[in-house]
Write a protein that binds this ligand. Structure first.
Ligand SMILES: Cc1ncc(COP(=O)(O)O)c(C=O)c1O
Length: 439
């Protein structure tokens, strides 16, 4: 493989969620990828412990996906989706609907998790209005939730640093407490037993806001704020309370979808089905950007049947159902089915879990948690220097050929679902060294 050269000028690109000044002084550049690995511009092999950004679930460079994209590009590069259609967008929706848990059956295409988040919130508001509940304008998120960077997702999300630069945000938003509690649940394998009662905070919000709540939005497993696993019974309770109070439940499955939980969707693993589900990332194996919102037939019918003739939902993106993305989605979902990637994730989960939890005795580790093929390792922050220890671990891992992700002082792992035991061993050994180095 030819080495891909490093660009001479790094100035023009304003990098997202990056310490631009520091990065450009010491760049980490990934040039190509295959299977479980990235390769840097100086051709160092980097084991991908994060499936890119929680998205390359089937592993890198999958021929079936690449060929589907190439073939589609040669047939139809783009077609408008407003008052027009093209076959593959319908085929991809029908294919996704085959895998969705009932009663989710309708698919609205977006281009990212952020767009999916804002789309789901808008659909929830439009649904309430269409069924004669226009007073239901309030949106409930959860502390430490991440639903992307649009104004809806950012407002309903519960991450301080993501909000503080941007003023007043959306009105009529409130939050449930998060479920993370080290005193009760540190070093739990899988779902913790303490914390289901935290869902009851929704009762207090209903007492406060009456019948003005349109929807509650949560991630089944919160990823971006450091892998917060739902306590046993928590999601069930939230579902029951939403049903009791006639509130829509939205699951943000942008990272828990497409096999990561050992099932197609987190909804199946936890046995709790929402009214709306947001998707992205693993949908196309990240080969082409694409997101989706899945809705129940009732939500679709209510909005469509209660609208006057003409456009029923004033929402959509130029690239909704883009032909290349639709081709990538079908190929990806077919690959998941042919190789039973959720089953593969399920099969390796016990080994993954035991291996990751062996790091509990490494220096600075104050919690290890996991669910499906996700793990979080929480570190004791260095006194007065939050995030510094985790960044040192991240850099040392990268220098030693492993990509991990950090959020605050938490190391998050979410490898491609094709991971095998020797990869797991390497992740643990490299992390162990890095943790000792950062002690
Ligand atoms: C749960 C969740 N929702 C939404 C998003 C936003 O997705 P995107 O970056 O594709 O807009 C992410 C991204 O990490 C996510 O983890």
């Amino acid at each position: 493989m030819n080495q891909i050269s490093r660009p001479n000028n790094l100035d023009a690109y304003w990098m997202p969620y990056t310490a631009n000044k520091a990065f450009k002084q010491a760049p980490r550049l990934l040039a190509r990828a295959e299977g479980m690995h990235y390769y840097t511009t100086d051709d160092r092999e980097i084991l991908d412990g994060t499936a890119g950004l929680w998205c390359v679930n089937a592993g890198h460079g999958r021929r079936e996906i690449t060929e589907a994209i190439q073939k589609q590009a040669a047939v139809l590069d783009f077609a408008p989706s407003f008052q027009m259609g093209h076959p593959i967008a319908f085929q991809a929706a029908a294919r996704l609907a085959e895998d969705l848990p009932a009663p989710l059956e309708r698919v609205f295409w977006t281009n990212s998790g952020s767009e999916s988040g804002d789309t789901a919130l808008k659909i929830a508001l439009a649904y309430q209005r269409a069924r004669g509940q226009a007073q239901r304008v309030r949106l409930i998120g959860r502390e430490r939730g991440y639903h992307g960077v649009g104004f809806g997702g950012m407002s309903v999300g519960g991450i301080g640093p993501n909000r503080k630069q941007f003023g007043a945000l959306l009105p009529y938003v409130d939050h449930l407490p998060h479920t993370h509690n080290l005193a009760e649940n540190a070093f739990t394998k899988g779902q913790p037993s303490w914390g289901a009662h935290l869902a009851d905070a929704l009762e207090s919000l209903v007492a406060l806001h009456g019948d003005t709540i349109a929807a509650v939005m949560v991630e089944p497993v919160a990823g971006s704020t450091g892998v917060l696993v739902p306590p046993t019974g928590y999601l069930e309770r939230l579902r029951a309370l939403c049903t009791k109070h006639d509130i829509l439940l939205i699951f943000d499955e942008v990272i828990t979808g497409f096999g990561r939980m050992g099932t197609n969707f987190g909804a199946e693993r936890f046995g709790v089905v929402p009214d709306l589900m947001t998707l992205a990332k693993g949908l196309t194996n990240a080969a082409v950007p694409m997101g989706a919102v899945a809705a129940t037939g009732t939500i679709f019918d209510t909005i469509v049947n209660n609208s006057p003739a003409g456009i029923e939902l004033f929402h959509g993106y130029t690239y909704s159902g883009h032909p290349l993305a639709a081709a990538a989605a079908i190929a990806t979902m077919d690959l998941h089915r042919a190789e039973d990637l959720p089953g593969r994730a399920r099969a390796i989960e016990p080994y993954w879990q035991d291996s990751i939890h062996s790091l509990r005795s490494a220096p600075g580790v104050i919690d290890v948690r996991d669910c499906g093929l996700i793990a979080g390792i929480e570190l004791e922050p260095r006194p007065g220097k939050p995030t510094e220890r985790a960044m040192a671990v991240f850099q040392r891992c990268f220098d030693d050929g492993l990509l991990v992700r950090t959020t605050g002082d938490i190391v998050a792992l979410s490898p491609p679902l094709i991971i095998e035991r020797p990869h797991v061993d390497r992740i643990v050994q490299t992390l162990d060294t890095a943790l000792r180095h950062a002690a």
